[in-house]
Design a protein around this ligand. Structure first.
Ligand SMILES: *Cc1c(COP(=O)(O)O)cnc(C)c1O
Length: 388
C-alpha cells in the first residue's frame, strides 16, 4: 500500500502552464509576474493594504521587523511553540527573542504571560495563529497598545483565515505569510509582508533588493534602472517572476484548496471527537484555512500511536519542538512554559493535503480509530464531500 505523506503539494497542469509561460517571457528575475502575484494576494485577502512579496516567509519576518523599527538589543516576544524561523529572523534583525508560553485551548500565545515578559526593551510581539486557528488576537493588540509595541502577525499557517469576518492581514499592524513548498499556497519558496504604511512598504521594497531605491516600479514592467542610489541596508529577498508564476497558478485555486482542507479536517474531527484519549481542535473550521491538522493525544500514548500509524503506512508529524529546547536558543529569557511543555508531548500532525483522495482520508481515520479500539463511528468520508 502506498504511504500517505504528511504534506503533498499539489502541482497541476495549470501550474506547469504558468511556469512555462513565465520562462517563455524570458524575464526570469523579479518583474511583472511578481506584481501580479502581489495584486492577487491583496484581492484574496480582501484588502487595499500593500503587499510586498519576498523569497521566503523567514525573510518577510526579517525585513518586517526592520521596517517596524527594531533596534539592536530590542526584545521581541514570541511563542516558543512555533517554527524556529521566527526566532532566527528576530536574531538576524538584531533583536532578542523572549519566549512566551501558549494557551491550552487555541495553542496561541498566552497574553497574560506575555504581559509579564514586557520590559522597557520590548519593541514587538510576534503572535502565531497555530494550525491556521486564530490566537487571542484582540488580547495581543490590547497588550501592544498598552505598551506601544509593534505587532507582526505570523499567519503562515492560516492563509485566508477570517476573524470576525475579516481575513488576517487585512487589518491590524503588520502581517506575514509564507508560500514555501508545503504551505496551502506555494510559490516553491516565497512569502510576503502585508501592511498599511506606504513609507514602511517602500523601505521593505528597498530592503528586499539590496537597498536599491529604484528597483520596484521599473521591474514591475520587466525593466531595470541603470541609474540608482542606495539609502539603506538591503538583502536579496525579492521574489522572482518564475516563483511568482507558480504562486499565481496556486492562488487562483486557493478557495478550492482551502475548502478541501476544511472538509478533511471536519471529517477527522467528527471521527475522533468521541474517542477517549484524544482532543480535537476547538473549531468547526468554518473560518479557518488549515495548514495542518493537529490532534492532541492524551495519557502519554502518542508515541505508541505514531508507531501504529507507521505500521498502517501513514506518516505523521510533530509541530513543534519548542524553540527553547533547541541548543542555540536554550538561554533565552522566557515565561513559565508549563502549557508548552505539556502540549508538545501531545500534538500529532496528521496528513492534510489540498487535494486529498477520499481513500487516504479514510485510511487516516481508520488508522487512528483502530488504535483506540473503535471503528469509525461516523459514515465514511464520501467521495462527494471531497469534491476534488
Ligand atoms: C513556514 C513557516 C515559517 C517560515 O516560512 P518559510 O517560507 O519557510 O521561510 C515561519 N513560521 C511558521 C509558523 C511557518 O509555518
Amino acid at each position: 500500500m502506498e504511504r500517505i505523506p504528511v504534506f503533498a503539494p499539489y502541482i497541476g497542469v495549470d501550474t506547469l502552464k504558468h511556469l512555462t509561460d513565465a520562462l517563455d517571457v524570458g524575464w526570469l528575475g523579479m518583474g511583472a509576474t511578481t506584481k501580479d502575484f502581489e495584486e492577487r494576494i491583496q484581492t484574496f485577502l480582501e484588502t487595499d493594504r500593500i503587499v510586498v512579496a519576498t523569497n521566503t516567509g523567514t525573510s518577510a519576518l526579517h525585513i518586517a521587523l526592520l521596517a517596524a523599527g527594531l533596534q539592536p538589543g530590542d526584545e521581541v516576544i514570541v511563542p516558543s511553540f512555533d517554527y524556529v524561523a521566527d526566532h532566527q529572523a528576530i536574531r538576524l534583525a538584531g533583536g532578542v527573542p523572549v519566549m512566551c508560553d501558549i494557551r491550552d485551548d487555541n495553542l496561541g500565545i498566552d497574553v497574560e504571560k506575555a504581559a509579564s515578559l514586557v520590559t522597557d526593551r520590548t519593541r514587538a510581539i510576534i503572535p502565531l495563529h497555530f494550525a491556521g486557528i486564530p490566537c487571542d488576537q484582540a488580547g495581543v493588540y490590547a497588550l501592544a497598545n498598552k505598551h506601544g509595541l509593534r505587532v507582526i502577525e505570523d499567519a503562515m499557517h492560516g492563509f485566508g483565515t477570517r476573524i470576525d469576518g475579516r481575513r488576517i492581514g487585512s487589518y491590524g499592524d503588520i502581517c506575514t505569510y509564507s508560500f514555501d513548498p508545503v504551505k496551502i499556497v506555494t510559490s516553491i519558496d516565497g512569502g510576503c509582508v502585508v501592511l498599511k504604511s506606504e513609507q514602511e512598504a517602500e523601505h521593505l521594497q528597498r530592503m528586499r533588493f539590496l537597498g536599491v531605491n529604484k528597483e520596484t516600479s521599473l521591474r514591475y514592467k520587466n525593466k531595470r534602472a541603470w541609474d540608482y542610489d542606495v539609502h539603506c541596508d538591503g538583502f536579496r529577498y525579492h521574489l522572482t517572476n518564475i516563483m511568482a508564476s507558480v504562486g499565481v497558478s496556486q492562488i487562483k485555486r486557493a478557495e478550492e484548496f482551502i475548502s478541501t482542507r476544511q472538509a478533511v479536517c471536519r471529517a477527522y474531527s467528527n471521527a475522533f471527537r468521541t474517542l477517549d484519549g484524544v482532543r480535537v481542535p476547538a473549531t468547526d473550521f468554518t473560518d479557518v484555512s488549515p495548514f495542518i491538522y493537529s490532534l492532541r493525544v492524551l495519557d502519554g500514548r502518542r508515541e505508541a500511536l505514531i508507531a501504529h500509524m507507521d505500521a498502517c503506512g501513514i506518516d505523521v508529524g510533530i509541530h513543534f519542538i519548542p524553540v527553547h529546547k533547541h541548543t542555540h536558543f536554550a538561554n533565552c529569557r522566557r515565561s513559565d512554559m508549563s502549557v508548552t511543555d505539556k502540549v508538545v508531548e501531545e500534538v500529532l500532525t496528521l496528513p492534510l493535503h489540498s487535494r486529498m483522495a477520499p481513500e487516504a482520508v479514510e485510511r487516516v481515520i481508520d488508522g487512528v480509530t483502530s488504535f483506540f479500539g473503535a471503528s469509525a463511528a461516523v459514515p465514511a468520508y464520501s467521495r462527494r464531500t471531497a469534491a476534488v
